[in-house]
Design a protein around this ligand. Structure first.
Ligand SMILES: C[S@@+](CC[C@H](N)C(=O)[O-])C[C@H]1O[C@@H](n2cnc3c(N)ncnc32)[C@H](O)[C@@H]1O
Length: 213
């Protein structure tokens, strides 16, 4: 993954996805599974859904899921996987730039899993916009790298060299205490596999916020 900030983000991500038939593992992200497996299904929004593994896992568990991504290549894969799994009725795929998109519905879960980008990307603003789409009683779940993986060391010039901790992100989002209960933590280490089969132990920054009002 190399960044070239002169290109539109959609081209960058389409090219990245176009380099391989499958970029991500096809499995749901572990923190999504551990945080959401006991939550009753409802309406979910997956920000930067990529090839759709998280959205499909949610849909299999009864959620109605809207996946948003800037890459049409990734979304075609997500839609194909949904069709193969017979989950078209529970999944909607939106080809949008989250830097500009405004949700026009409410969701019981807004999930952002590894919504990192090597390009200029207003992550906090996007997350705050999405937080406004969480229904009362619903959850905002933001999972990111606590440290960038070794295979993405040069990939994040558009971000800080060190990703924010969950506490830093919680502070930056400033969700009002009278409307949200916020939990921020770093996960245990987990073994992960990079795009070329590289292995590394990764930790995740997990921000889970429940909208109380
Ligand atoms: C690191 S990948 C994570 C994909 C997926 N959530 C996962 O955990 O496997 C980041 C995703 O965000 C998407 N993305 C990056 N910038 C975006 C933007 N401005 N609008 C919408 N999606 C964007 C990319 O296309 C990519 O699918």
């Amino acid at each position: 993954m190399h960044s070239d900030e002169t290109r539109p983000a959609s081209e960058f991500w389409d090219e990245l996805y176009g380099e391989r038939e499958q970029v991500w593992s096809g499995k749901p992200n572990p923190a999504l599974v551990s945080e959401i497996e006991t939550v009753a299904p409802g309406r979910a929004l997956d920000l930067g859904c990529g090839e759709g593994a998280d959205a499909l896992w949610l849909a299999q568990r009864g959620w109605t899921v809207t996946g948003v991504d800037i890459s049409g290549v990734a979304l075609e894969r997500a839609a194909r996987h949904a069709q193969e799994a017979g989950l078209e009725d529970r999944t909607v795929w939106l080809h949008r730039d989250l830097a500009e998109w405004q949700p026009d519905a409410e969701y019981d879960l807004v999930s952002a899993q590894f919504l990192h980008s090597p390009l200029e990307f207003p992550r906090e603003r996007v997350l705050l916009t999405a937080a406004r789409a969480v229904a009362p009683g619903g959850l905002l779940l933001v999972v990111g790298h606590a440290d960038f993986p070794p295979w993405a060391q040069h990939a994040h010039e558009g971000e800080r060299a060190q990703p924010p901790t969950a506490n830093e992100l919680a502070l930056a989002l400033g969700l009002p205490e009278d409307q949200w209960t916020v939990e921020a933590r770093t996960s245990e280490g987990r073994e992960a596999t990079g795009p070329d089969g590289q292995k590394a132990i990764l930790t995740d920054a997990i921000l889970k916020a429940r909208r109380t009002a």
